[in-house]
Ligand binder design. Structure first.
Ligand code: SF4
Length: 370
């Protein structure tokens, strides 16, 4: 029996789980990463590998221990280390004695033929026809879009919640509802039900939340274990957050196409080259957040992530030129929740004071004009 597994990246695992099940495979659902997962990755990965590499490696060890024998993963195009992830992880796991197959999908635009050859191989294993696969893919894609929508809705509700933690509780209930929905109709019904549940959270409309953009490398942005639940923390501190990457949107703009033109154009005067990862996006997105009236931006980058290090060295100038405060957080295996929370608290205090000062200045100039 073929038992398929994949990396856990935020809530997207629900969409991939559905796709793999609908193709007729048995799925070994990866557990949400934990400190034990990271420990396993740290134990077997090269010391200077980026932290997403270590966490994903730890996840693979866990799913292989639970019987997975086919790992499906995505590759990368470099020039950073992302291009070598899958190959190196496969080698490490084989050296550890695991017997499995790994299929690495590089972005289709970097090699259409290789992409379709690998896909055909998987469909053959699953004994699934192309039309049946396309149907399954449509359902999984719709579910991924639903998950993105629910995440965005919950981050816009959380800062208004009266009972602390209520939005998060309802959001997790929604994940269970979304998981059970299989057909397109069921997914749409789940969407309506979950929107209703989230919009019913008791709120205080008098509050004036801050608006904070979150930029950085994809894995640390999407996986709450990695970013120490930054969106929940900021939401409970009274800020609406918006991430530069949501999986379905990212797949559409950056995996199946060459990225968003406006983000690249915005970054161009500061960084006119693609560095791999999301370095160029981080610069461009910061500018777009500033133009859209966000109060601040938080960059989350894995320790030693080259594209984010380059972006970090440029962000102070962007911050000055566009008048938007930027907080840079580096994540490694030593990063603790308390330290991050303290920095976020100080950052949100600064943003509030700044907003008050700007409002006072605006009011004073209005008075002068009268
Ligand atoms: S984007 Fe950063 S974290 Fe990801 S592989 Fe490249 S260097 Fe590592």
């Amino acid at each position: 029996m073929i038992k398929v597994s994949f990396a856990h990246m935020g809530y997207s695992y629900l969409g991939f789980k559905q796709l793999v099940e609908d193709m007729g495979f048995e799925v070994v659902v990866p557990a949400s990463p934990s400190p034990a997962t990271l420990d396993k990755g740290v134990q077997y990965a090269p010391e200077f590998a980026c932290i997403p590499f270590k966490t994903v490696l730890g996840t693979y060890v866990e799913v292989l221990e639970r019987g997975a024998n086919l790992i499906i993963t995505s590759g990368g195009v470099g020039p950073c280390r992302a291009g070598l992830y899958g190959v190196l992880q496969e080698k490490i796991l084989r050296d550890l004695g695991y017997n499995f197959e790994m299929v690495i999908f590089d972005p289709p635009l970097t090699g259409l033929w290789s992409f379709f050859t690998k896909l055909r191989k998987i469909l053959k294993k699953a004994k699934v026809s192309w039309p049946a696969f396309i149907d399954a893919l449509r359902r999984a894609w719709t579910k991924l879009k639903l998950l993105d929508e629910l995440e965005q809705l919950s981050t816009s509700i959380r800062p208004y919640e009266i009972k602390r933690g209520e939005t998060t509780r309802i959001f997790h209930r929604c994940l269970k509802i979304a998981d059970k929905a299989r057909s397109l109709k069921e997914i749409e019904d789940a969407r309506q039900e979950c929107r209703g549940l989230l919009l019913n959270v008791q709120r205080d409309p008098e509050r004036r939340p801050l608006k904070i953009g979150i930029i950085g490398e994809i894995y640390v942005l999407l996986e709450p274990f990695m970013n120490l639940e930054i969106e929940k923390t900021l939401g409970e501190m009274g800020a609406i957050t918006h991430r530069s990457i949501y999986l379905a949107q990212y797949a559409k703009t950056d995996v199946l196409a060459h990225g968003t033109e406006d983000v690249r154009q915005a970054a161009y005067p500061y960084l006119n080259k693609f560095l791999g990862g999301h370095g160029q996006n981080s610069v461009g997105e910061t500018i777009i957040y500033a133009k859209n009236g966000f109060d601040g931006v938080v960059q989350i980058s894995p320790f030693t992530c080259i594209p984010e290090m380059v972006a970090k060295s440029i962000l102070p100038k962007v911050s000055r030129d566009f008048g938007i405060p930027v907080l840079c957080l580096n994540i490694d295996e030593q990063t603790g929740r308390a330290g991050i929370e303290t920095r976020l608290e100080a950052f949100t205090d600064l943003l509030r004071q700044r907003r008050e000062k700007m409002e006072a200045k605006r009011n004073a100039s209005l008075l002068l004009r009268c």
